[in-house]
Design a protein around this ligand. Sequence first.
Ligand SMILES: [Zn+2]
Ligand SMILES: [Zn+2]
Length: 80
Amino acid sequence: MGMCPLCNGFEKYEQSCSSCGDLLVDAGKVTDFLDDYSAYMEIELLKMVDGNVSSLDDNICMHVISCPTCDSEQMIAVKE
Ligand SMILES: [Zn+2]
Ligand SMILES: [Zn+2]
């Protein structure tokens, strides 16, 4: 496990929504969006699910960022 600044509360994600300009919020790690099933899935599958095959190798934590105003969501890669 790396030390993702967002997961560990060192940093807050502060970027504006490209659609409406409101502040985006960190909705959590991409893998947290999977159901309980995911705890038993092979790590290779999780890598596929988060859409970044090199995320584990590069100590990247994939987060879902959402806009509370217009409900847009995007994934970002946070360097651990
Ligand atoms: Zn993280
Ligand atoms: Zn927005």
